[in-house]
Write a new protein. Structure first.
Ligand code: TPP
Ligand code: SF4
Length: 245
């Protein structure tokens, strides 16, 4: 019998700790599938960050370093420059990449470092109980904006993919979603492209995932998937902003 669905080789056979309906697990799977498809598992070095995905080294069967406090692009830069044959990716939430680590993010992109940066935008700080992130939607209630985020006073959501795409050096910039099968197929292509860019030595690639956090959004997994379509995508349009698929 021909198997039609199996676990990627680059993921250990252990259950994720993520909440039911969280999209971190889908993003992990797509990254692992791309590593398998390109046959680069032995060369991959991942850089984990803070947030709910801090333990991703328990799941990916590749070398992983932990770089807390938004420093993943700086650490990734060092790894890639010291060992150019390695295939380096960072995996960062919005608190990590767009708040604490914003400077590292922008400067690594602007230097055109040979990195694949995967940005998990769930519009909230997940691990620490749901504080406002730079990506929090206008009006969104969080523990630090209990009446809803006000643009005047708390700022507008930062559009990371558009910001990175405006820089000259990045080779590939895309925003994807994984809340339905059609979006997952597009996301899969974008993740593979991000790694291919590095395999071919073409520079920096950035893929932003719109991601559900049902726990802190206080929604069921189905409601959270709908919320991605109805609230996140209108604010953060999907697409390829630089390069092509
Ligand atoms: C400099 C600093 N401030 C605060 C924290 C506490 N902290 C740990 S995880 C986290 C939020 C992470 O949110 P995000 O990056 O969006 O990831 P998620 O948990 O949503 O996946 C914060 C604020 C920290 N580790 N370092
Ligand atoms: S708190 Fe949110 S981001 Fe963290 S595992 Fe749960 S659903 Fe996912």
């Amino acid at each position: 019998m021909k198997p039609v669905f199996k676990r990627p080789k680059s993921l250990y056979d252990v259950p994720f700790h993520y909440c039911p309906g969280c999209h971190h697990g889908i993003a992990h799977r797509l990254i692992a599938e791309a590593i398998d498809a390109l046959g680069i598992q032995e060369r991959v070095v991942a850089v984990a960050s803070i947030g709910c995905s801090v333990f991703l080294y328990d799941y990916f069967a590749v070398d992983v370093l932990e770089a807390p406090h938004g420093r993943a692009p700086a650490v990734g830069t060092g790894i890639k420059r010291a060992r150019p044959e390695s295939m380096v990716f960072t995996y960062q939430g919005d608190g990590d990449l767009a708040a604490i680590g914003l400077a590292e993010t922008i400067h690594a992109a602007n230097r055109g470092e040979q990195l694949a940066v995967f940005f998990i935008n769930n519009t909230i700080y997940g691990m620490t109980g749901g504080q406002m992130a730079p990506t929090t939607l206008p009006g969104q209630k969080t523990t630090t904006t209990p009446s809803g985020r006000r643009v005047i006073g708390e700022g507008a959501p930062i559009k990371m993919a558009e910001m990175i795409a405006a820089l000259k050096p990045p080779a590939f910039v895309a925003r994807v979603a994984v809340n339905n099968p059609k979006s997952i197929l597009q996301a899969r292509k974008a993740v593979q492209k991000a790694f291919r860019i590095q395999v071919e030595g073409k520079g920096y690639a950035f893929v932003e995932f719109l991601s559900a956090c049902p726990t802190n959004w206080k929604m069921t997994p189905c409601e959270a998937n709908r919320h991605v379509s109805e609230a996140l995508i209108p604010e953060f349009p999907l697409g390829v902003f630089k390069g092509d698929l």
